[in-house]
Design a protein around this ligand. Structure first.
Ligand SMILES: NC(=O)c1ccc[n+]([C@@H]2O[C@H](COP(=O)([O-])OP(=O)(O)OC[C@H]3O[C@@H](n4cnc5c(N)ncnc54)[C@H](O)[C@@H]3O)[C@@H](O)[C@H]2O)c1
Length: 371
């Protein structure tokens, strides 16, 4: 099977679906890998590295799309790419079809088989191809808080770790999942006092066992959130209820009670945000202030560190790509339930119940189509 990697064309997207190292792995397994010239530039991978890894470099996106049996991307196809979709093609990328009605129709009309990174799911419910981006965003959120706490950047001029004889900063992490635990680890490493608030007591038990430093864990309720947020220098919003809009657990009044120059990084903003005063921002204009509190609400935080994010994504996607390319799609799906859960469309039929219900479209469960 030929694997194609077009250059990402979504605004401000610098990641690439395969690193030169991943290309090398596919080539060693006997695949031809077609990479569009310049595809890796944003992540710091020049064409020469892909050539050395055995890729075939093609100048035009159209040539990559036309010759590849499986297209690997990072972001969903943009409208100008819909014309490349075809029946005998597998598309493996982040898709978020519930928010993409036109793209859903384009995939169905073209008969393309699509596997969405974000819906590949292990038996225990974990989302292995989303997790690396949560790890990146969680770790980055602490850098963001530290940066905006500096006076020069509008903050109250407080160092996260303090110094001997001077109190460290208070960082409150709302939701101790993947984003939250990575944020907590970074903040503790920088010497901050960290409070993690979660509804899941088993998760708090686990975090208390594995994290070391100035750590407090609290059950999630209005009183605990109100008290913690009021004293916080930095608040990191990282709650998630899978498949639902983020619950708003920090009210406008709580934000107003915070000290001027404190910082909120609402990482959960891609699900609507968990702070009442949050609204989505971009890397080009990442912050705004309400009640003197700095709000950072960038919806695609990993985009700021494409080199790390591309490697992290590849670590997770490559094993699946190898299985599909080696065994063929049907065989790979039969042997791998997690991958089968990722299939959103198969040969012109919608297989995702969630997408079908969102867009009022007919869907057929994959198990029925595979017999
Ligand atoms: N902005 C970005 O660039 C970016 C990047 C990656 C992830 N995210 C988002 O970050 C959010 C968190 O992702 P994750 O992977 O850590 O999810 P996760 O499922 O691993 O963790 C979510 C945690 O929130 C807890 N929670 C749920 N309701 C709560 C409540 N009312 N109070 C306190 N805790 C509550 C859950 O128990 C869980 O521990 C998601 O919305 C995800 O989409 C954003």
């Amino acid at each position: 099977m030929n694997v194609g990697v077009p250059k990402e064309i979504k605004d401000n997207e610098y990641r690439v679906a395969l690193t030169p190292g991943s290309v090398g792995m596919l080539v060693r397994e006997g695949m031809e890998v077609l990479v569009q010239c310049g595809a890796g530039e944003g992540s710091g991978f020049p064409d020469s590295e892909y050539r050395l890894s055995g890729a075939t470099l093609l100048r035009d996106a159209s040539a990559v799309w036309e010759r590849a049996g499986m297209i690997m991307k990072v972001k969903e196809p943009q409208p100008s790419e819909y014309a490349y979709l075809r029946k005998d093609m597998i598309l493996f990328t982040y898709l978020h079809l519930a928010a993409e009605y036109e793209l859903t129709l384009a995939l169905l009309n073209a008969g393309t088989t699509s596997i969405a990174y974000e819906t590949v799911q292990l038996d225990n419910g974990a989302l292995p191809l989303l997790m690396p981006m949560s790890e990146v965003a969680g770790r980055m959120s602490v850098q963001v808080v530290a940066h905006y706490l500096e006076k020069e950047n509008g903050g109250r001029g407080k160092l996260l770790g303090g110094v001997p004889g001077v109190r460290q900063a208070d960082v409150v992490v709302l939701g101790g999942g993947i984003v939250g635990s990575n944020a907590a680890r970074m903040a503790l490493g920088m010497g901050a006092h960290v409070t993690i608030i979660d509804t899941n007591l088993d998760r708090l038990r686990y975090l208390e066992e594995v994290l070391h430093g100035h750590l407090t864990t609290l059950g999630s309720n209005h009183q605990n959130i109100e008290d913690s947020v009021r004293h916080a220098d930095g608040v990191i919003g990282s709650v998630l209820i899978p498949g639902a809009k983020a619950p708003v657990i920090v009210s406008r009044e709580m934000v107003a009670s915070m000290k001027p120059g404190s910082v909120i990084a609402d990482v959960a903003i891609d699900q609507g945000g968990c702070v009442e005063t949050s609204k989505p921002t971009k890397h080009s204009d990442p912050v705004y202030q309400i009640h003197g509190v700095i709000h950072y609400c960038v919806t695609n935080m990993p985009g700021a560190v494409p080199r790390t994010s591309t490697y992290a994504l590849n670590n997770a996607t490559l094993p699946y790509a190898l299985r599909i390319a080696k065994a063929g799609l049907k065989q790979a799906l039969c042997g791998e339930a997690s991958l089968a859960r990722g299939v959103n469309t198969l040969e012109g039929r919608l297989t995702s119940r969630a997408v079908g219900e969102t867009h009022s479209l007919d869907y057929v469960p994959l198990s029925k189509m595979m017999g």
